[in-house]
Each structure stands twice: as structure tokens, then as C-alpha cells.
Design a protein around this ligand. Structure first.
Ligand code: NCD
Ligand code: ZN
Length: 343
């Protein structure tokens, strides 16, 4: 197959940042995706509906005039989030999920949750109004090896959470391991997962190919080849529990190429094309539409998009860097090629 037409996809996990940075990256996503779940880990984080509405206004104001892209907002859960805020969020019609970062797990997560036990009222309110919880699934215990943090999280946190809150809708975000695939597959239908393109295309060798590769560093960190294969099998399985979330996470070049570089990979410039590559490599292009354009919308209870995009097998060069407000940004595949293109 050299060409495929699919319903326009959505991105169910996206970092847009703010101000000039957001203005620099937003067109890449808006050109490809109809909607995106926008992560709330700004500085300061988007912890209230009022802040989410203001952030949404800034995103909308930055869109090209002819764009119909729709940002779907999220709130950043803290130890102090109140159940009333969940109800406000639901009533706003603008907030589609609540994001749970274990404190210290990733970029701008220092104000995240220290103990889910402090969030009981909030989680009950979320169950009552069917507000999904989006989970960054890694323990922060420094005694746990970084490559095991997701697996241990499943046992220590996610399994008890799902058990205790028997109606809570949960998305395990950017899963990276075979264990997470197995966990989500075996869980009730109210539990789903997003998978990034970079975790489908790379294994952890890519972090050290000929030298240390800061632009392949993200969290959760890339894993062994067997895990990449398990993620691919899940993505192409046709199971509605697995859907597209790029986790495109821009950082200025100088903040990644430094003694202690930031976690995050920028993929929005080829946000759907990279998935086409991964599905093509797996011989499963016919499964791309479900994963990219159906299952996420279905999980969130939103209508599927109406219009379509066409992808063609045509290699195109990725620049060595992209403008990023007053900085620059090194995109995924910088100075390399992407094998599929939007027609
Ligand atoms: C994300 C970021 O930069 O905001 N980084 C990343 O490595 N994925 C945060 C996150 O999703 O963990
Ligand atoms: Zn993310």
C-alpha cells in the first residue's frame, strides 16, 4: 500500500507549552489533528477550570484563522484539588480529563500528587461525573530502577486504584512496557492507554547510538526491544483500549543539550506520519485508522471526526532544527527522513 486515506486523527496526549513556544508548535498539530488533549503541566500548572479556560483562549487565539482545531483541556491534579473543582470542570464543557502526575515523576510535576490517598473525594467526584483520570504511570521511589518504574507503578498504584474506584475511567498515558500492555488488556473496558510514535519506533539503544542522544530522552524512558514489540502488537491489535497520543513534548535545544537535559521528544511536526511508518513497518496500515481516529474519540464519548486525510509513501527530509520562539527545537528525526507524508 502506497497511499491510505483515514478519518482525520486526534492526539490524545499533547504538550503545547505557552506563549511564543505554543505559537511555534501549535500549527504542526493543528495541520494534522482535529482535536488534542492538552497537557496541563505549565509553570504554574493548570490546576483550575478558570486557568484551563484562559489557556484554551490563548491556544485558540494562536490558531491560523482557517483552522478548526479544537483543544480539549485538562486539569493538573494536586494534593489540594477539591471535588467542587471537578464538578466545575465537568460543567464547563471545556475540560475533558484530569491529569495525575506523581510528584517528581517528570517535567513540571513537582506540584503533582504526593499520595493518592489525599485525593479520595476528588476521585469519587470523577467517578460520579465520568471524568477520566489520565495517569503518568511511574513510581518515583529512587530505589526502583528507572527501567522498572512503570512496571512497579502498575502493581503498587494502578491496580489498587482501579480496584478501589470501580467506576473510574482511567487512561494509562504513554505506556512503554509489555507489562503495561498486558495490564491494560486484562483490565475492564473503562481502562485504556495511549501509545506514542517514538515508543513504537525506537528501543532504548537509540539513547546511546554512537554517543548519548539527548533528543531521544523522554519519560517514561525508552525500553528494550521486546517492549517496543509488545507496544506495536497492542497498537495494531484493533483493540479499542489502545489509541494515539503523541506526547509531543517540545523543549528548547539548549535545555536538552546540557549537563542535565530535559525529558521530552518533539514529534508534532510528523505527528501522524510517524505512526504511519510504524504501522507500515508492522504490515498493519489497515489498522491505523482505528488507532488514530476512532478509539480515542469513542473512549472519551466524543463523535468521530468527519473529514479525512490522505497519507502517501513519500520520503521527506526533516530539518536539523525548527524555530521555537527565541530558541530552537530539535525535532524527532532531525536531519533524517520520514517515510510517509500528508498529501
Ligand atoms: C513531558 C514534558 O516535557 O512535559 N516529557 C516527557 O518526557 N514526556 C512530560 C511527560 O509527559 O512526562
Ligand atoms: Zn506527556
Amino acid at each position: 500500500m502506497n497511499k491510505i486515506t483515514i478519518i482525520r486523527p486526534d492526539d490524545w496526549h499533547l504538550h503545547l507549552r505557552d506563549e511564543g513556544y505554543m505559537q511555534a508548535v501549535l500549527p504542526d498539530t493543528a495541520r494534522r489533528f482535529a482535536r488534542a488533549i492538552v497537557m496541563p503541566n505549565l509553570k504554574p500548572p493548570v490546576t483550575t477550570t478558570a486557568l484551563a479556560l484562559q489557556y484554551r483562549d490563548r491556544i485558540r487565539a494562536a490558531l491560523p484563522p482557517d483552522s478548526s482545531f479544537e483543544p480539549l483541556m485538562t486539569l493538573y491534579l494536586t494534593d489540594n484539588t477539591q471535588p467542587a473543582e471537578i464538578i466545575k470542570a465537568r460543567q464547563s464543557g471545556a475540560v475533558y480529563a484530569i491529569k495525575y502526575y506523581p510528584a517528581g515523576a517528570t517535567t513540571n510535576s513537582d506540584l503533582g500528587v504526593t499520595d493518592l490517598g489525599k485525593c479520595r473525594g476528588v476521585l469519587e467526584a470523577m467517578e460520579a461525573c465520568a471524568m477520566p483520570l489520565l495517569v503518568h504511570g511511574e513510581v518515583t521511589d529512587p530505589a526502583v530502577d528507572i527501567y522498572d518504574r512503570e512496571r512497579v507503578f502498575l502493581e503498587r498504584v494502578l491496580a489498587p486504584l482501579i480496584e478501589r474506584y470501580s467506576r473510574l475511567r482511567v487512561v494509562a498515558e504513554h505506556i512503554t512496557t509489555r507489562e503495561a500492555v498486558d495490564f491494560v488488556s486484562a483490565a475492564p473496558l473503562r481502562v485504556a492507554a495511549t501509545i506514542t510514535a517514538h515508543h513504537l519506533l525506537l528501543n532504548r539503544n537509540a539513547l546511546f547510538a554512537g554517543g548519548i542522544r539527548p533528543h531521544h530522552y523522554c519519560l517514561p524512558v525508552l525500553k528494550r526491544e521486546q517492549h517496543r514489540q509488545a507496544l506495536t502488537a497492542a497498537a495494531i491489535s484493533g483493540s479499542p483500549k489502545f489509541f494515539l497520543g503523541t506526547d509531543s513534548a517540545p523543549h528548547a535545544q539548549h535545555t536538552k543539550e546540557t549537563g542535565c537535559g530535559c525529558a521530552g521528544i518533539y514529534t508534532a511536526h510528523a505527528g501522524i506520519e510517524l505512526y504511519a511508518e510504524a504501522f507500515d513497518q508492522a504490515g498493519a496500515l489497515d489498522r491505523l485508522e482505528g488507532f488514530a481516529s476512532h478509539y480515542g474519540a469513542d473512549f472519551y464519548g466524543l463523535p468521530r471526526n468527519q473529514d479525512r486525510i490522505t497519507l502517501v509513501r513519500e520520503s521527506w527530509p526533516v530539518p536539523d532544527k525548527l524555530p521555537y520562539a527565541r530558541d530552537s527545537l530539535v525535532p524527532f528525526r532531525a536531519s533524517g527522513h520520514v517515510a510517509w507524508k500528508i498529501e
